[in-house]
Design a protein around this ligand. Structure first.
Ligand code: NI
Length: 182
């Protein structure tokens, strides 16, 4: 999808280790043009980086907003499953809260703040999320499989949790050492 009228403003993605990635983001209370423009810039940045999800912490902003867009390209995110309603949807999610979760899924996750790093993480297979949109309107989002993984990964970011926190201590320690973190 190409949105010609959308901003192409690019934000700088913060890579781990960085305190902003391990700090809880704050609730958004002002829904204005600035917030809408920020959401658009997050989408543009995510797309340029070939990511499928991005949380505000990852661009150095401690506000509870995340974006997700999972392309159905028949290769990367489609080969083992059917096309779902959430494929190719552009989600901008403000103040999300997981209100229901069920099942288990293990997925080999990546993160734009950990370039080139992948690792298996176990999460709920289905989640129900209460949130707002950039205009402050309430929205309820149901996600399963990869979309559920993505929602949980990005909401974790807003809570200052990075995906290596879900890996075994051995694996996480190896990654910390490799990336020169304390
Ligand atoms: Ni991430």
């Amino acid at each position: 999808m190409v949105e010609d009228n959308m901003t192409q403003e690019q934000l700088k993605i913060v890579t781990w280790p960085a305190p902003v990635l391990e700090t809880r983001a704050e609730e958004i209370t002002v829904f204005d043009d600035g917030l809408r423009a920020f959401g658009e810039a997050m989408h543009a940045t995510m797309r340029t980086a070939h990511g499928i999800g991005l949380a505000a912490n990852q661009v150095g902003v401690l506000k509870r907003i995340l974006v997700i867009e999972i392309p159905w390209d028949g290769k990367r995110y489609g080969k083992n499953g059917e096309r779902r309603a959430w494929h190719d949807q552009r989600y901008t999610i403000v103040n999300p809260e997981i209100v229901e979760q069920e099942g288990v899924i293990t997925f080999n996750e990546g993160c734009l703040s950990f370039p080139e790093l992948f690792g298996e993480v176990e999460r709920a297979r289905r989640v129900l999320v209460k949130a707002q949109d950039v205009d402050g309107k309430a929205q309820v989002i149901e996600g399963d499989n990869l979309f559920a993984v993505c929602l949980q990964h990005e909401i974790d970011h807003l809570n200052g949790i990075v995906f290596i926190n879900h890996m075994t201590k051995l694996r996480a320690d190896a990654i910390r050492q490799k990336l020169g973190a304390p």
